[in-house]
Design a protein around this ligand. Structure first.
Ligand code: MN
Ligand code: ZN
Length: 497
């Protein structure tokens, strides 16, 4: 949202900013490419300061020093890379984040893109820039005091590269991904009085400017189609429900699309099965799955990915008014199967049931991946370290796991099976929407699977990873925009023609 960072690319030979940023290994040697810009006495200064501060050049650890006398810059900022032989692509993203964490508002800085082992290749420079951008993000739209605004003042950064042309090219894709993550973060952070289903659909519709085709289904359309499970969740709210469909056509007309489906409960009170009051404000994040899908579609379109991709998001508000759905109600989902509502707070699966069925029937995708802040039980199992992965496809499991390790947005595969499926059989209908506490994230996944045919499908339970994020090198935002980088990477690695 707020553009706190201005990036420029220039050649490696000099530096002009107030801060000079240099990467050092655990041997504390300045890269030879940095010697010119840093000046002769910089190495000795670093050695003295490092000894005094017990600074060891560990990965992402930094040290900020006053510049040596007669230097053209004011501060020397060193950031550690640890063992120079072990650095990988994710390290570059995190290094960018660590650097951004040391830069000050309203200042100018040069970053020397070199390691002790030599210059940093353009693609790695772009990864570092991605980290810079992600860490520089702050959601301050609703801060009106000037102190807060000053803290968000722009930082002008010049990336010093031995291949400026190559880096500029590589930055285009990185910028597209960064913009997608930022969009997802904004959506998750927005308050629920501002971001309700209709407004969410309008925000998704803004992807038109990137040549994404948009279709918005309103309640009249949804009734006609027969999405009664989804509509049942929204019926207790004054806000109308919506389904938004986004299509990016980056490959040939006949190429089968890939599909991404998101849970977009813009606020979840639990409905008649009302949640406890404490912490309920966090339920504005119950649309993080849908936010990820919108951010991903933005990233794919902005970098002109050579893929046909569909994004479908189910947007509802789960409220407990006089028209609200009751425990005991039975609804008929789009698939024709009936569902007994046991707990109105198990609403995400009802929304997804209809949207998944609709997506596979209409678009016949190569695969379908849904993201949802679906269960507290996934936090019990995995904390915030991994998203829960449930899938009917070993191939998707392998590919998602690898993309997770590459991006740091990791997933952990959880089981599906007949015994768990049986737990959602209902006395009165084809299935029930809640089977109680035990294996809660698995029975939720089984419920979704009952609305998937033989389409390769994966469900990512992001209740832990999608909101309330812990601070990391690349994120200080409550809504981390989790999943955009993971899925962009999955597409880039396997599905572009
Ligand atoms: Mn709920
Ligand atoms: Zn929910």
């Amino acid at each position: 949202m707020s553009q706190r960072l201005k990036l420029e690319v220039k050649a490696l030979n000099a530096a002009e900013g107030q801060d000079l940023v240099i990467l050092v290994s655990d041997r504390l040697a300045l890269p030879s490419a940095a010697e010119n810009a840093a000046g002769r006495s910089a190495q000795a200064l670093l050695a003295r300061a490092a000894a005094a501060e017990r600074y060891k050049g560990k990965a992402y650890a930094g040290l900020t020093l006053p510049a040596p006398e007669a230097a053209s810059y004011e501060r020397l900022i060193v950031v550690g890379i640890g063992d120079a032989d072990k650095i990988d692509e994710l390290d570059f993203v995190k290094l960018g984040g660590a650097i951004a964490g040391r830069l000050g508002a309203g200042r100018t800085a040069d970053i020397i893109l070199a390691l002790p082992t030599g210059p940093i290749a353009a693609e790695h420079g772009a990864e570092l820039a991605l980290g810079l951008k992600l860490r520089s993000y702050a959601f301050d739209r609703y801060k009106t005091k000037s102190k807060d605004k000053d803290e968000a003042g722009p930082i002008a950064v010049t990336l010093r590269s031995d291949d400026p042309a190559g880096l500029k090219k590589a930055l285009k894709a990185a910028d597209a991904v960064a913009a997608g993550v930022v969009l997802a973060r904004d959506l998750v952070n927005e308050p629920p009085n501002v971001l309700y289903p209709e407004e969410f659909a309008d925000r998704a519709a803004k992807l038109k400017k990137l040549d994404v085709e948009i279709e918005i289904l309103d309640e009249k359309d949804l009734k006609k189609i027969g999405m009664r499970a989804l509509l049942g969740v929204g019926q207790g709210s004054r806000r109308e429900s919506r389904v938004a469909i986004m299509r990016w056509n980056g490959a040939g007309k006949d190429e089968q699309p890939v599909a991404f489906v998101g849970k977009g409960v813009t606020f979840d009170t639990g409905g008649i099965s009302l949640k406890p009051g404490a912490g309920m404000e966090d339920m504005k994040g119950d649309m993080a799955g849908a936010a990820c899908v919108v951010g991903l579609m933005h990233a794919l379109a902005a970098r002109k990915a050579k893929v046909n991709a569909i994004g479908v998001i189910g947007l509802v508000e789960n409220m407990p008014d006089g028209n609200a759905q009751r425990p005991g109600d039975i609804v008929t989902s789009l698939s024709g199967q009936t569902i007994e509502i046991i707990n109105t707070d198990a609403e995400g699966r009802l929304v997804l049931a209809d949207v998944l069925w609709y997506t596979q029937e209409r678009f016949k995708p190569r695969f379908m991946i849904n993201l949802a802040t679906l269960t507290g039980a996934i936090l019990v199992a995995l904390a915030q370290e991994n998203a829960g992965l449930f899938t009917n496809s070993d191939e998707l499991a392998h590919r998602l796991t690898a993309a997770g390790l590459a991006t740091g947005e990791t997933v952990w595969r959880m089981p599906l099976g007949k015994a768990y499926d049986k737990m959602i059989d209902s006395k009165f209908a084809d299935m029930k929407n809640s089977a109680g506490r035990y294996a809660g994230s698995i029975t939720a996944a089984q419920f979704l699977q009952r609305h998937v045919n033989d389409t390769p499908w994966a469900h990512l339970d992001i209740a832990g990873t999608g909101m309330g994020a812990k601070d990391s090198e690349i994120n200080r935002s409550w809504g981390p925009g989790w999943g955009v980088r993971l899925l962009d990477r999955l597409v880039a690695d396997h599905y572009e023609s």
